[in-house]
Design a protein around this ligand. Structure first.
Ligand code: SAM
Length: 277
């Protein structure tokens, strides 16, 4: 299966992201969705026109609605995710099935484009950023959360076991999205080249999840890496990871796992149209 096929099959079942991410908490007590809502509230008032790009099942849009943002649009390319979003949200929220590379909106339609845990899946990324710049008003903002590498013993155990099981299964490591996004300087240069070079900020954050070995496995099992494994390989990975994790736990079962996130903010530069990529 190609990365695109893996993504599309994974999202034939809706809500896997919003099942998992509310339980990964920042030191402030907020989950990543809540952090993104707060950043939105700090920068914008309720009359802002907002697009949530790759909105999934609408979990984040619903939080924005509850916070008083009522000019909301969501787009995603998964029909199943959008159906779940339609059920969750008031009909006042516009939802469109579209690929991020070709958005069905007029130039300068939005004050803000948000994107929770999805930009890192998009390849090539430059045309997506150019589309975002096109549909943002001058001075409009992109606020996006993406994962970033972070050393953590519990996560490292999982990654090592995953590598071993993939090698045993004859699978190459899964490479989703554009690698430029995971390198700070490259990401900044790319944003600038695509017309989003104003006030670029990349803020590194950590969220963590505590729980039993089983609860943490269930969180990892929701990843694209585990999803694409054949059932026998998945079972082997679970056994291997669970055994390693138990050795790390002080009581043989409870653990805390940390995950790195990066909050990207950038502003559509005044008076400059993005260069076509
Ligand atoms: C990890 S989920 C995040 C969903 C939602 N933002 C959330 O956090 O709950 C990634 C989403 O990106 C969507 N997606 C991935 N690539 C896309 C693309 N090129 N265009 C539009 N949507 C895309 C998937 O369909 C999926 O809904």
């Amino acid at each position: 299966m190609s990365p695109t096929e893996i993504l599309d099959r994974y999202h034939q079942c809706s809500g896997r992201t919003s099942d998992v991410f509310p339980f990964w908490l920042h030191a402030s007590g907020q989950c990543s969705y809540e952090m993104l809502v707060n950043r939105t509230s700090e920068a914008h008032t309720g009359d802002a026109r907002i697009l949530d790009l790759a909105c999934g099942d609408g979990y984040f849009l619903n939080l924005l609605w509850e916070k008083g943002f009522h000019h909301l649009t969501g787009s995603d390319r998964s029909g199943a995710e959008l159906e779940a979003a339609r059920e969750r949200l008031t009909s006042a929220v516009r939802l469109d099935r579209a690929d991020a590379h070709r958005q069905p909106y007029d130039d300068r339609s939005f004050d803000l484009v948000t994107c929770h845990m999805a930009l890192m899946l998009m390849k090539p990324l430059a045309p997506v950023l150019t589309e975002i710049a096109r549909i943002l008003k001058s001075g409009g903002r992109l606020i996006a959360l993406v994962p970033r590498p972070l050393l953590d013993p519990v996560m490292d155990c999982y990654r090592e076991a995953l590598q071993t099981v993939c090698a045993e299964t004859g699978l190459k490591p899964l490479q989703l999205g554009d690698p430029q996004l995971s390198r700070r300087n490259a990401a900044t240069r790319l944003l600038e080249a695509c017309g989003l070079g104003g006030e670029v900020r990349l803020e590194d954050l950590v969220v963590q999840r505590s729980g039993s070995v089983e609860a943490l496995w269930n969180a990892m099992a929701a990843s694209y890496d585990v999803f694409r494994l054949p059932t026998t390989a998945r079972t082997r990975l679970r056994q291997r990871v669970s055994a390693k994790w138990r050795t790390l736990s002080s009581d043989g079962d409870s653990l805390t796992c940390r995950m790195g996130l990066r909050l990207i903010t950038a502003v559509r530069m005044e008076g400059r149209d993005p260069s076509p990529q």
